[in-house]
Design a binder for this molecule. Structure first.
Ligand SMILES: [Zn+2]
Ligand SMILES: [Zn+2]
Length: 290
């Protein structure tokens, strides 16, 4: 086993899209497994987390860290089917921003999970899960063993956190649901500064996993939905000196043939530019340190 690698278990945005047309890029919603040393880090708990959990159970993994970008269903809905949560002796630390208010007006980071697993939505109550699960409010920076995780707030309805994962000199940035500020709200100096700060957050990344859901032609009719374009993702990655851009959070209405077509067009336009671009595929593994 290599020292630092990641694998995509869910690449789709918004809603799971199984079927013949999505076999290659995948139909499960957002979930990425990151391994470094002996540690297991999971980013987002979309429907892809179910099969990952089955693998972790087979490996008898006893400790898992879970980062949640935001509690929309395509990033959380797979959690009730994550087997390690049902195993006594598993220790799980869950990190997310404090965005949801409970009924009595109190904030609690656990709230999205408690609401997800209660009647009438689900037969098992969250508090009855046998694993030892602890919640943590996301800080601007946290240490998970030898890994440093930095967070950055993105533009998305209800908020969304991006993560910069640094381990032994290699950097992965996970920047899911995000609509560039200037595009969404106009090119004011404030919005342009926010876009520049987001770009700097990805500076020099070895791998940038960034959401891009629309073509530039599709975008105007979807402005304000909280998602961006291929064009902006590629331009920002080039400007930030990213080595590899992996486009993520594919639109449910974009099948494999459509995504192939978009990727080919991007690569043609890039020509000899120093940026590798791929579209994330379910099951794909990327090596950071061999
Ligand atoms: Zn999403
Ligand atoms: Zn979202």
């Amino acid at each position: 086993m290599s020292e630092y690698w990641l694998r995509f278990w869910g690449t789709r945005g918004s809603v799971a899209t199984p079927g013949q047309g999505t076999v290659r890029y995948g139909g499960n919603t957002a979930c990425v497994e990151v391994r470094y040393g002996t540690r297991v880090l999971v980013v987002d708990a979309g429907t892809g987390i179910r099969l990952l959990g089955n693998c972790l159970e087979q490996e008898s993994v006893r400790r898992v860290d879970l980062l949640i970008s935001h509690p929309h269903m395509d990033h959380l809905g797979g959690f009730p089917f994550f087997r390690p949560a049902y195993q006594a002796g598993v220790h799980m630390d869950i990190y997310l921003a404090d965005t949801v208010q409970s009924g009595n007006g109190q904030h609690t980071v656990a709230e999205p999970f408690l609401k997800l697993m209660e009647a009438p939505h689900f037969p098992v109550i969250f508090r009855d899960l046998p694993a030892d699960i602890r919640f943590h409010r996301l800080a601007p920076e946290l240490r998970l063993g030898e890994m440093t995780v930095r967070t950055h707030a993105m533009n998305h309805p209800g908020g969304c956190s991006a993560f910069r994962l640094e381990y032994r000199g290699k950097v992965v940035v996970y920047m899911s649901d995000h609509e560039p500020w200037a595009r969404a709200l106009g090119p004011t100096p404030e919005n342009l500064a926010l876009d520049r700060a987001a770009l700097e957050f990805t500076r020099g990344a070895d791998v940038l996993i960034r959401e891009a859901q629309y073509t530039s032609e599709e975008y105007p009719s979807r402005r304000g939905w909280g998602h961006g374009t291929y064009e902006d993702a590629v331009a920002d990655a080039l400007a930030a000196g990213v080595r590899k851009l992996t486009v993520f959070h594919h639109d449910p209405d974009h099948d494999d043939a459509f995504l192939d077509c978009q990727l080919a067009a991007i690569r043609r336009q890039l020509g000899q530019a120093p940026l590798e671009v791929t579209f994330a595929q379910e099951g794909e593994r990327i090596e950071l340190i061999g």
